[in-house]
Design a protein. Structure first.
Ligand SMILES: [Zn+2]
Length: 324
């Protein structure tokens, strides 16, 4: 179900400044009411009897006017079962969305005064999980596709690499005459046809034009209903010539972000979460209102299934499947 309001307005739907944020969310009740509005944009409907009438109790629950059943605003959302004030979550969401490059766990720990680094880390991952909208639409038109290699976390004084670099498949919409649209990124196990064409099928609408380099794994794209345009590097070897400028740009931004904001400390096991956050940010790069990012994040958070710490650590239980 599509619940995104097409044109949320600053100062009405979301706070525009830190000062507005503080004024709007000065109490737990204010935060709960805000979430209730995001969760039921057309008004509360009782999940038990379907009657569209109810009110909020003093304990932050919605009570059905017909069957009297109480529904927790937070049940079934990212915030389910939290023992921390909602207000703290809102501050965390504001922190993550108001930083130009997003926050890292150490920064969040400092801002919220958490005793534990692990709590901050878990919160960030829960929020990243909410950044991926379930059932989001696929890319279309002209789409560049290529692979890039990231990570290879280094550990210990010996400087020994404990992990190999991860393969990340990248898809970028190309606009005419210039400019790029949305991106999709996915960690893939290898550069085989199964992995790469499988990625394209997941993220790009059939009938689209796929621009790739000459790698043979992409040869079967036409059999799956895609037009393939093979872009071959100029024989002159001109270093200024970039065959797939969109992918090239996205890949270098991704690497810079992983090294800068996250100091290269992202392990392959958790890379998928960072790719989600990067995608969320990149696809909303044109919205200069940071408050709008905050709004979108919370809007998606009330639709997300609660994600428990164990699932984050061991992604094989994750609804999106293994990280690869
Ligand atoms: Zn009811």
């Amino acid at each position: 179900m599509e619940r995104q309001s097409p044109h949320p307005t600053g100062g009405v739907d979301y706070p525009r400044t830190m000062q507005e944020f503080d004024e709007w969310f000065s109490s737990e009740d204010a935060c709960t009411s805000y979430l209730a509005k995001l969760r039921w944009p057309d008004g509360f409907v009782c999940p038990s009897c379907g009657v569209a009438k109810g009110w909020m109790t003093a304990r932050g629950q919605m009570r059905c006017a017909a069957c009297q059943r109480q529904t927790s605003v937070m049940a079934g959302t990212l915030f389910e079962g939290t023992r921390k004030p909602l207000r703290l979550w809102f501050q965390a969401a504001w922190y993550v969305t108001s930083q130009k490059f997003g926050g890292n766990a150490l920064g969040l720990q400092r801002v919220l005064g958490f005793g534990s680094y692990q709590t901050a880390w878990t919160w960030l991952h829960k929020m990243r999980n909410a950044m991926v909208r379930p059932g989001r639409e696929r890319l279309s038109g002209s789409v560049e596709v290529d692979e890039t290699y990231v990570g290879g976390k280094e550990e210990g004084v010996s400087g020994r690499f404990t992990e190999k670099k991860a393969v990340v498949a990248v898809a970028v919409e190309v606009h005419e005459p210039k400019g790029f649209g949305r991106v999709r990124l996915r960690q893939v196990p290898d550069v085989s046809s199964a992995s790469l064409v499988g990625f394209v099928q997941e993220v790009v609408t059939p009938g689209s034009s796929i621009l790739t380099d000459g790698w043979k794994s992409y040869d079967s794209l036409p059999q799956h209903g895609y037009h393939r345009e093979k872009i071959v590097l100029s024989a002159s070897g001109d270093p200024a010539h970039v065959a797939l400028p969109g992918v090239h740009r996205v890949a270098s931004l991704l690497k810079r972000w992983l090294l800068g904001t996250h100091q290269g400390a992202v392990s392959n096991k958790h890379l998928a979460y960072y790719l989600d956050e990067f995608t969320f940010r990149f696809n909303r790069r044109a919205s200069h209102a940071r408050g709008l990012l905050f709004y979108r994040l919370l809007q998606q958070a009330v639709q997300a299934d609660p994600l428990r710490y164990r699932q984050i650590v061991d992604r094989k239980d994750h609804p999106l499947g293994p990280a690869g």
